[in-house]
Write a new protein. Structure first.
Length: 266
């Protein structure tokens, strides 16, 4: 799959990462990486002739906006913005089952799942009943807004907008799974059971980066309903926000920023 360039300056490159693609790899034979598609395979290394600085991460299965700094100064600037939570990130997702509330805040801490054979990368939300099996938990906060209810493959699903207030590893996937609404096609957090969908339905759709020279506001096109493999299996039920255009998503982003939360998971 091609890596679409959304924005480029002397300081930053912003791309639309396809799903099921690595950001980079230390294996020079691995060509399915963003780095390999837009530069040389070793461009993520500091000793490369033209290094890339990945100031944010996206999972292998997650598609969408990925911001890359093109020099150390830009990387340091963006890194501080992410660290101080001055950026805004919005994700489009489809989750299993119908949600019975309009919006929620999920505030379970996230840590490594020590009970998993995949403990090198699988995470877990820290609740009272998981306290003993979660390594080095870190506070995590996700805001969720319901967009549409419908059916995929004749099974209930909900289209949601997710806003990570913090940026922990697998945070959105873990938080959705923990509240009982796993992301459609999430192989890892379904115990390898959710294999029928052709992809995991999580997409980084908008990034707002308040740079000193002026705010950078990047948004991709809607990625799911425009995919015939999804739309052919989709049957609508009801919609609160029909997000098919960029303007629709701006309105939904404004809503998730301002909405009065009716349910909190802590």
């Amino acid at each position: 799959m091609a890596v679409e360039k959304l924005y480029q300056s002397e300081q930053f490159l912003v791309v639309n990462k396809p799903y099921d693609m690595y950001i980079n790899s230390d294996d020079e034979n691995e060509k399915n990486t963003v780095a390999c598609h837009i530069a040389s395979y070793d461009s993520h290394r500091a000793n490369s002739a033209n290094p890339l600085y990945f100031v944010q991460r996206l999972d292998f299965s997650t598609s969408g906006i990925l911001c890359i700094a093109l020099n150390k100064t830009a990387a340091a600037c963006a890194g501080k913005l992410f660290e101080k939570r001055l950026t805004k990130k919005y994700y489009f997702a489809v989750v299993r089952e119908h949600l019975n509330f309009d919006a929620c805040d999920v505030q379970y801490p996230v840590g490594v799942d020590k009970t998993s054979s995949e403990s090198s990368h699988k995470m877990i939300a820290l609740r009272e009943d998981t306290r003993a099996v979660c390594g080095a938990p870190r506070s995590a906060h996700t805001r969720l807004l319901v967009l549409e209810l419908g059916y995929y493959d004749d099974r209930p699903v909900t289209v949601v907008l997710l806003k990570p207030v913090t940026g922990r590893r697998h945070q959105l996937r873990v938080h959705c799974s923990t509240i009982g609404h796993r992301i459609l096609g999430d192989y890892t957090y379904s115990d390898r059971q959710d294999t029928i969908p052709h992809r995991m339905f999580l997409h980084a759709i908008r990034l707002v980066l308040p740079l000193p020279e002026g705010p950078l506001d990047i948004q991709t096109a809607e990625p799911f309903f425009s995919d015939e493999r999804f739309s052919s299996e989709w049957r609508p039920h009801s919609a609160k926000y029909e997000c098919r255009s960029k303007e629709d998503f701006i309105a939904a982003c404004d809503a998730i920023d301002k909405v009065a939360i009716c349910k909190v998971f802590i």
